[in-house]
Ligand binder design. Structure first.
Ligand code: ZN
Ligand code: FE
Length: 256
């Protein structure tokens, strides 16, 4: 049984930083570089040495501290091929279907473009973990800045297809705002109503709602549920294609 250790810590106003550590080899990857201080503190607190940065996309709160952290640690930077020219210090460019490793752990790269064109996610199938950046959020999804609605919907379907029990590490604590929107388009979903109660309680205690789990997202995240009869009825889109229902939900969230 191969084990992996994951550290999660707050950065900036609402980002999360993550470290993934393979105890056997000692290799440690940092998912994105939202802030230098908290990353270095998280490493030092555990006695881990950074071997890799895995960038999900080029936005400043994800790749902005690449060079500083590389200089301090000598790590290798892996990032999205589709936006390699915007990833500071990139050493290895990867895209959909590429295989990486952390020690003996296999890591699969998924292209989940839409928020940015080249956005990628990192999936560790043996330990059922996925680091998804700003593609999928707890009860939400990333704003479609660079890609098309169809591209974003295709990307989200790849994440929806991950096996039940896959833990989803998203890059922001946006869940309370996402919950308020979700209930506005899917008001009769009992699973969602229960989840909103849990999220409210967690946030009142100042606790994170990240990570989440893919089965829970499938049942409650409206951006993964354009096929749902209740949502379709609520939007007056009973006969529309899934991608069009998704696009309507995403547009409504943009102005919510
Ligand atoms: Zn972003
Ligand atoms: Fe972000």
């Amino acid at each position: 049984m191969r084990t992996i250790e994951i550290a999660q810590f707050a950065c900036l106003s609402d980002n999360y930083g993550f470290l993934v550590h393979d105890p056997k080899s000692g290799q440690t990857a940092c998912i994105d570089t939202p802030e230098t201080g908290p990353v270095m503190q998280a490493l030092d607190a555990r006695g881990w040495q950074l071997s890799h940065i895995w960038n999900t996309h080029h936005h400043f709160d994800h790749a902005g501290n690449n060079l500083e952290i590389k200089e301090k640690t000598g790590c290798q930077i892996i990032g999205p091929a589709g936006e390699a020219d915007k990833i500071p210090g990139i050493d290895v460019a990867v895209d959909d279907g590429d295989k990486l490793s952390l020690g003996e752990h296999a890591v699969s790269v998924l292209n989940v473009g839409g928020h940015t064109l080249g956005h990628i996610a990192y999936h560790l199938p043996e330990t059922h973990n996925a680091f998804v950046g700003d593609s999928l959020f707890a009860l939400g999804c990333g704003r479609v800045f660079e890609g098309t609605m169809a591209q974003m919907w295709a990307s989200l379907q790849k994440l929806t297809d991950l096996p039940d029990g896959t833990t989803i590490y998203c890059a922001h604590e946006y869940t309370a705002a996402n919950a308020a929107f979700a209930i506005s388009v899917d008001p009769d979903n009992a699973d969602l109503q229960e989840r909103v109660r849990q999220i409210t309680a967690l946030r009142e205690d100042g606790k994170p709602t990240v990570p989440t789990e893919i089965g829970l997202e499938r049942a409650t995240n409206p951006f993964l549920r354009p096929h749902d009869a209740g949502i379709r009825a609520h939007l007056n889109m009973t006969d529309a294609a899934d991608v069009d229902v998704f696009a309507e939900i995403r547009s409504r969230k943009d102005s919510f």
